[in-house]
Design a protein around this ligand. Structure first.
Ligand code: PLP
Length: 362
C-alpha cells in the first residue's frame, strides 16, 4: 500500500473536516482520474464524466442499475467475475454468460454476438480476467467496441487489473477503437485502487462515461450510500498522483509468483493449467481429481487448510481458482499441501508446522 495514501488519510483526519462528500466524488479525485485517463487511455474527459464509488464493485453496480431495466440482458464472457450474475439478479435483469466455444479462456466476437437478442442491453468485458488471468486480444477488444457501437449496446470495460500484466504486455485502450468519443459514447470504463495499489479496504473505484449516464449513476449512488468517505478519496488521490514505483514492483512480484505457481502446478498429473497473462489468479482444471469443484474446494480447506475458490462460482465447474498474491513460500506450501491431499502416491504423512497429518482417505 502506498505510503502517500496513508499519510494523506492521516493528514486529512487531523483537519477534522470529515463530513458528507458529494455523491459523485470530490473534485480532487476527479482531477486525479482525469489525469489517469489521459495517461493510460489517451482520452481527455471532464469532471462530469466521472463518478467515484465505494470500490469498482459499486461503480459497476450503479452502472448496471442506471442502464438495465428488469428482464433486460447483460452478456459477459465466462469464466466471469462472481459478482456479475448476482448484480444483474439484484436488478431483476438477466446475466448471460458467454463461454468461448473453442474451449479456451479467450472469447471471440462470435461468442458474444451469438447471444445477443432483443433484450440485450449491455456487455461487460473484464480483461485481464478474474478468475483466469487471461488478457483478451487487441482484436477481440476492437471487435467488441465496434460491435457494441454498431448495435447501440452499452459496453462496461472492467479494467481493474489493467496494470497488473505480464510478459511485456501493454494495456489495451478500448477508446482506440471507438468512433463515438463524444457524449454519445456508451463505453463505461471501470477502474479503482484496490488491485494496482493493494488498497482493497479503502473501497475506492470509479467509472468514466458520458455525462448523462454518470448523472444517473450519481443519483442512484446518492440514495444508496452517498459519496464515498472523503478520507478514503483523499487516500486514493494520493495513491494515483503519488510515486508509482509500487505498482511496478507489485507487478514484477506477481509475475514471478505466477511463474512459480504455474511450474508447481505442472507437476500435478492431469491438472490442466493456462498460464495467466495478468492479475493474481490462476484457474486450473482439477477435474481429473474431482468434477464437483465445490466438493474439491471444501475438501482442500477441510483436510489441509488451503483456500481455493470453486470454478462453479465463475461459471466453470471442475476448475479451482488459486491466488498467487502471497509470498513464494505461501505458494510453495499451499501447492505442496494440495499435492499431498490429492496425490495418493505421495507419502502418507504431512507436517503443517508441528502438526502431523496422516492421510485417512483414499
Ligand atoms: N472487478 C473485478 C473483475 C474484480 O475482481 C474485483 C475485485 O475482486 C472488482 C471488480 C471490485 O474491486 P473493488 O475492490 O474496487 O470493489
Amino acid at each position: 500500500m502506498p505510503m502517500d495514501a496513508i499519510l494523506a488519510t492521516v493528514a486529512h483526519v487531523n483537519t477534522g473536516e470529515v463530513r458528507y462528500a458529494p455523491a459523485d466524488g470530490i473534485p480532487a479525485l476527479k482531477q486525479a482520474v482525469i489525469r489517469y485517463t489521459e495517461e493510460f487511455y489517451d482520452r481527455k474527459v471532464n469532471p462530469e464524466n466521472i463518478i467515484a464509488s465505494g470500490g469498482a464493485k459499486q461503480a459497476i453496480m450503479v452502472a448496471l442499475q442506471a442502464i438495465l431495466n428488469p428482464q433486460e440482458e447483460v452478456i459477459y464472457p465466462a469464466p466471469y467475475w462472481v459478482s456479475y450474475p448476482d448484480m444483474a439478479r439484484l436488478i431483476g435483469a438477466i446475466g448471460v454468460p458467454a463461454l468461448p466455444e473453442d474451449g479456451t479462456f479467450y472469447p471471440r466476437i462470435k461468442d458474444i454476438t451469438d447471444r445477443v437478442g432483443s433484450y440485450t442491453k449491455a456487455v461487460i468485458i473484464n480483461s485481464p480476467n478474474n478468475p483466469t488471468g487471461a488478457m483478451y486480444s487487441e482484436e477481440f477488444i476492437s471487435d467488441v467496441v465496434e460491435y457494441c457501437e454498431k448495435k447501440d449496446l452499452w459496453l462496461i470495460m472492467d479494467d481493474i487489473y489493467h496494470r497488473l500484466i505480464f510478459d511485456g504486455r501493454k494495456t489495451i485502450n478500448c477508446y482506440k477503437y471507438a468512433k463515438r468519443l463524444d457524449e454519445n459514447s456508451k463505453i463505461i470504463l471501470i477502474n479503482g485502487v484496490s488491485k494496482q495499489y493493494a488498497m482493497t479496504g479503502f473501497r475506492i473505484g470509479w467509472a468514466v462515461g458520458n455525462k448523462k449516464v454518470i448523472e444517473a449513476m450519481s443519483n442512484i449512488q446518492g440514495h444508496q450510500t452517498s459519496g464515498p468517505s472523503v478520507l478514503l478519496q483523499k487516500a486514493a488521490v494520493a495513491a494515483i498522483n503519488g510515486i508509482q514505483s509500487g505498482v511496478e514492483s507489485l507487478r514484477v512480484t506477481l509475475e514471478n509468483n505466477r511463474n512459480v505457481m504455474v511450474d508447481l502446478l505442472h507437476s500435478f498429473e492431469g491438472v490442466k493449467v493456462t498460464k495467466p497473462d495478468g492479475t493474481f489468479y490462476c484457474f486450473a482444471d482439477f477435474s481429473v481429481y474431482e468434477k464437483d469443484s465445490n466438493k474439491l474446494s471444501e475438501f482442500l480447506i477441510d483436510k489441509v487448510q488451503v483456500l481455493t475458490v470453486p470454478g462453479k462460482e465463475f461459471g466453470l465447474d471442475g476448475y479451482l481458482r488459486l491466488s498467487y498474491c502471497g509470498t513464494i513460500k505461501d505458494i510453495q506450501e499451499g501447492i505442496e499441501r494440495m499435492k499431498w491431499a490429492l496425490d495418493l502416491n505421495s507419502p502418507n504423512e504431512l507436517y503443517i508446522g508441528d502438526r502431523k497429518l496422516v492421510r485417512d482417505w483414499s
